[in-house]
Design a protein around this ligand. Structure first.
Ligand SMILES: NC(=O)C1=CN([C@@H]2O[C@H](COP(=O)(O)OP(=O)(O)OC[C@H]3O[C@@H](n4cnc5c(N)ncnc54)[C@H](OP(=O)(O)O)[C@@H]3O)[C@@H](O)[C@H]2O)C=CC1
Ligand SMILES: O=C(O)C1=N[C@H](C(=O)O)C[C@H](O)C1
Length: 273
């Protein structure tokens, strides 16, 4: 764990979560950042414990707190993979503290995103439904392929995740669908077809369909299918290790230092914008 003058102080929200624990490992292994604070939901078993001991190791000297403000005021960057409700509450505080807020949380509503837009007038927010290099490159490729093909090619986004995931379509699937719609010069909301069940009628030409599979420990799999008569193109990303997301999030936290307030995506961080 680095703690030199140039090292960036990071707060991780939702420390006990699948991503929370991965983020803590990634920050600990970095020579450009160090952990200054971690939070958990009020009432969680870990609150009040030493983080290292709560994770089953040696004492780390970092307590798990349930007051987000207590964590945010110590940090130069806040990394947040929690729930939509918690993330919106955290954004109001990071805006006041002028801390960089890296948001990986998915399932945010349009109203939530409007609040984040307002907070981004005061602080740098980097938000993406997927922080991996591979998926962000796939987003770019999806837009290009969609732009090259007409509506004779039906576009379907199929995603698979572990049994604990609570939102669908995944944040990544929505990024891919938005990229496909953009490639065709359309708004996704005008052509989105999600959650087919029962007598749905035939597929509408030009629609972008979404299907979600949930099971086991699947980290995250996404296919963008372009299906025409007689041929199919499939663009695919397979995540096998959550470290791809935490490495991306830490990169965003470092990129955000000294950055003008604004609501940025990983495309900017990765130089793909
Ligand atoms: N953008 C990306 O690259 C990625 C995004 N994600 C997204 O990140 C989010 C989290 O995923 P995952 O780690 O699998 O989920 P988990 O449920 O494992 O983790 C979420 C954690 O946040 C905690 N939490 C909830 N509310 C609060 C609060 N108010 N204050 C502090 N902590 C809180 C939860 O506690 P408790 O369980 O007690 O409620 C839990 O420990 C999801 O939205 C997921 O889709 C995931 C991977 C990659
Ligand atoms: O909940 C997850 O696990 C993941 N969520 C993100 C999403 O909704 O796309 C990113 C990744 O696929 C894992």
């Amino acid at each position: 764990m680095s703690n030199s003058k140039s090292s960036v102080g990071i707060a991780v929200m939702g420390a006990s979560g699948r991503m929370g624990q991965m983020l803590i490992e990634t920050v600990d292994a970095s020579d450009r950042a160090h952990l200054v604070a971690v939070t958990e939901r009020p009432g969680h078993d870990w609150v009040g414990a030493d983080l290292g001991e709560a994770m089953g190791g040696a004492a780390s000297g970092v307590p798990v707190v349930d007051d987000p403000l207590e964590a945010i005021v110590k940090a130069q960057a806040v990394i947040d993979f929690t729930s939509p409700e918690a993330t919106v509450a955290h954004a109001k505080l990071t805006a006041q503290a002028r801390a960089v807020h890296v948001i990986g949380t998915t399932g945010l509503s349009d109203a939530d995103i409007e609040i984040l837009d307002a907070c981004a007038h005061h602080a740098c927010i980097v938000r993406a439904g997927n922080m991996s290099l591979g998926v962000n490159l796939l987003v770019r490729l999806t837009q290009q392929v969609a732009a090259a093909l007409d509506a004779d090619f039906d576009i379907e986004v199929v995603e698979a995740h572990h049994r604990h995931k609570v939102d669908a379509p995944s944040g990544t699937a929505l990024m891919l669908g938005e990229a496909a719609a953009r490639g065709r010069g359309l708004e996704l909301s005008d052509v989105k077809d999600s959650g087919r069940d029962g007598i749905t009628g035939a597929r509408k030409r030009g629609d972008i369909g979404f299907s979600a599979i949930r099971g086991g420990d699947v980290v995250g799999e996404h296919d963008v299918i372009f299906a025409a008569d007689g041929e199919r193109i499939v663009l695919r990303h397979l995540a096998t290790d959550r470290a791809i997301f935490s490495r991306g999030a830490l990169k965003a936290a470092l990129w955000g230092q000294g950055r003008e307030p604004g609501h940025y995506s990983m495309m900017s961080v990765l130089g793909l914008a």
